[in-house]
Structure formats: C-alpha cells, structure tokens
Design a protein around this ligand. Structure first.
Ligand code: SF4
Length: 401
C-alpha cells in the first residue's frame, strides 16, 4: 500500500497538483512554440496519450505571442517555461498560461520576481520553482563560484544537494515574504540516487507539492531506467505530486512511460488493456516474443482496462497468469484461451493472435455493457499523515481524490 504525503494543493487550470490529487503526468513539447499548428498538434497527441499538463518553452516574444492561439486549442492546461527573460513570464501570464516555471538560477532580480508573483496572484496562476544540477552553480560572482567548485570537488554529491536546496530555499523566501504559496518545487539531477535524496530532503522541509523529474536523462533506452529508478522510488515512498519523465526523443514516450509507471504503482487507474507476458524459458514451444509484440499492437485499439496474459506453456502459465481476464497458454503448435480462469477455446498457433483479440474484444464489450466485471486490482493508496509546514504548523487533512 502506498501512503502518499499530503502537500498543499495548487490548481493548474482544472488539474490539481498536491493535496491528495492524483499524481499528474506532464510532458513538454519540442516543436518551435511559435509554430502554432505543430505545437497544438503535439499537445493534442500528448493529451490523447494521457498527459495532464503540457509545458511549452517560450524563449522569444513570438512564442508568447503564439500562446493565445495555442491555449484556445489546447485540450489540457499549458505551463509556460521561462528561461532568462522575465518579460516572457509576464507575457505568458497575460496570455492566459495556466502555470509558469521559473529557474532561480536564471531570473534572480528581486523586483522582476516580485512582478511575476504579483501577476500570477492577480490571475490565480501557480509557479513552479525548479532547480537543476546544472543551473545552481554561481555564474556571475567568480569568488563564490570558485568556492562552490572547491566544495563540490571535495564531496560532489552532498554539496550539490545542499546547493540545490539552499538555492530553492533562498528563492522561496521571496515567495513567503509576498505571502504567495501557489508554488510547486522541483530539484532535478542527472543522478537517480541524488534525485531521491534531494526530494526526500525537500519533502521533509516543505509541504509544497513536488514535481518529480530527472534532468538530461538521455534517450528512452537508458533514460527510462534512470527515470523510473528515481521517480518510481520516490512515488513508492509517497513523495511526488506530479511527474515528468524526460527523454531525448518524441515526448509521447515520456507520457506512455509515466502512465505505465503510475499504473504499475497503483497510482492511476488503467484505461487501456494491461499486457502480462511470461519471460520465456526452455519450456517454450512457439515464437512467444513475436506473439507478445503482435498482441500488444492489436490491443492498442481496445480502450477497456482488460488484463491479458500471454504465457508460453501450460505447466507454470496458469499460476503465473492468475488474475488475468483473458489468457492464452501456448505450446506444441496450439493455444488454450481462458476467460477469467475458464477454458474457452483451443486454437492453432496460426489462429492464436486473432482468437485472443476476438476474445479480448468480446470481453471488453461485455464489461462496457455491465455484464461482467474486470478482475479486481490489488493495490490500495492511502494518504500519509500531513507533513508539518515550514513554520511548524500542521496543514488540515485533505481527502484523497
Ligand atoms: S509460462 Fe512456461 S514457458 Fe513461460 S516462463 Fe513460465 S514456465 Fe517458462
């Protein structure tokens, strides 16, 4: 059972982050933002894939000028990612962005931050304050930079975490002094174990909602392991209110993996079929790996969370497929198809894919008509005790949605 930490809740458009709201999936477009058609196309694709909030970069004025048209067509809330120019933040807020992301390493001038806070307060827009491993080292003050580098050389790991937290806390004082608390925090590193330690420390120090992520994770092949190790570990500890898995690839993979991670931990209900497959071993008598790939492709057209098992034999398969709605046990050129544990038909290897698809579709349709129930999920999520706020007070309990 995962006991989630209770944090303050902020609203990003209609999507809640923190306060017991479901963990929100985020991704980021990689189109030129001012190319409205391409950006809207990608936002729609990400939203259809299960993305709750899409972030877009607004490096130039022409990008914030494109925002009204993008926002008008976006099916999900849009966060504007601001780098160096506070004017972009003000323009994005004025255009109606649902959230702003600021990097303390880039916009530090107090007056500029105050103006952004005031504009967000007027519009009821939250701000994510996010530091990265690469952005916390001092750039202007050469003496301070040299001192930081000496400390990092002595103990990189703890010094980097200390620097990230210190940078966040210094920046947050501006928000506290302005009595502005619609804030989400992030502290990303390339190193999964540093991400875990940084967020654990953050969750002990603050009740603000946390945006989990690993920075510069790389391509999906390697970034997936790095991201799931860090984000999955934190979520399992009950830490994290929104996640962004980031890859050097089409962002739809980020959304697919984020959804699968949340479903695997029982933090999000499945809306599509779940495929279970045996790992194969020396008992295998058919090309199960190809069959699994084919079944996965075919199941993508079904939108009911049926659990489907593809098993390589009838020896251990039935036990390993326990709980599946539909299962095929393949061997010796034929497959036995079972529906919720009852044997339904025996088909040849050539018929197996079609037969499994037909049975799954028929079962899904019966579920949709209310004639049969899906096999029960075994995962339960509970709210953890509320964390004390930074001033020591205890926030009121919030019901998990
Ligand atoms: S289901 Fe059968 S073939 Fe597949 S891994 Fe288990 S024992 Fe091996």
């Amino acid at each position: 059972m995962i006991r989630r930490r209770i944090t303050r809740k902020v609203m990003v458009g209609g999507v809640g982050i923190g306060g017991g709201a479901p963990v929100a999936v985020q991704s980021m477009t990689n189109t030129q933002t001012h190319d409205v058609d391409a950006t809207v196309r990608q936002i729609r694709r990400l939203a259809e894939g299960g993305c709750d909030i899409v972030r877009i970069a607004v490096p130039e004025k022409r990008d914030t000028e494109a925002l009204p048209a993008i926002l008008e067509q976006s099916p999900v809330p849009v966060a504007a990612d601001v780098h160096f120019h506070y004017e972009r933040a003000l323009e994005a807020i004025e255009a109606g962005a649902h959230k702003i992301r600021l990097n303390p390493g880039n916009i530090r001038d107090r007056k500029k931050v105050d103006r952004i806070i005031a504009a967000c307060r007027d519009r009821g827009i939250p701000i994510r304050v996010g530091v990265n491993e690469g952005s916390v080292i001092e750039r202007k003050d050469s003496d301070l930079r040299a001192a930081q580098k000496r400390s990092l050389a002595a103990d990189y790991r703890s010094e980097m975490i200390r620097l990230m937290l210190e940078t966040l806390e210094g920046y947050l004082r501006i928000f506290d002094e302005s009595n502005f608390h619609d804030v989400v925090l992030s502290a990303k590193s390339i190193d999964a174990s540093m991400v875990i330690d940084a967020y654990r420390a953050l969750s002990e120090r603050s009740d603000l909602p946390l945006h989990l992520g690993v920075t510069h994770a790389g391509p999906p092949e390697t970034g997936r392991i790095r991201s799931i190790a860090a984000i999955g570990s934190l979520l399992a500890m009950g830490i994290g209110d929104t996640i962004r898995i980031s890859y050097a690839a089409d962002p739809i993979y980020e959304v697919e993996d984020a959804k699968e991670l949340l479903c695997s931990l029982g933090l999000r209900s499945r809306t599509e079929p779940e495929l279970i497959a045996c790992p194969t071993c020396g008992r295998i008598e058919i090309d199960l790996i190809k069959l699994v790939a084919d079944v996965r492709r075919e199941l993508s057209t079904i939108k009911t969370p049926v659990r489907v098992a593809v098993m390589g034999c009838v020896v251990n398969g039935p036990g390993e497929a326990e709980g599946a709605d539909i299962a095929v046990f393949a061997g010796k050129g034929r497959g036995i198809i079972c529906v919720q544990g009852k044997q339904k038909r025996t088909v040849s290897e050539a018929e197996m894919l079609n037969a499994l698809y037909e049975e799954t579709l028929a079962f899904a349709q019966r579920v949709e008509r209310g004639e049969v129930e899906l096999s029960p999920s075994t995962v339960t999520i509970a709210s953890a005790d509320p964390l004390p706020r930074m001033d020591g007070s205890i926030p009121p309990a919030v019901a998990t949605e």
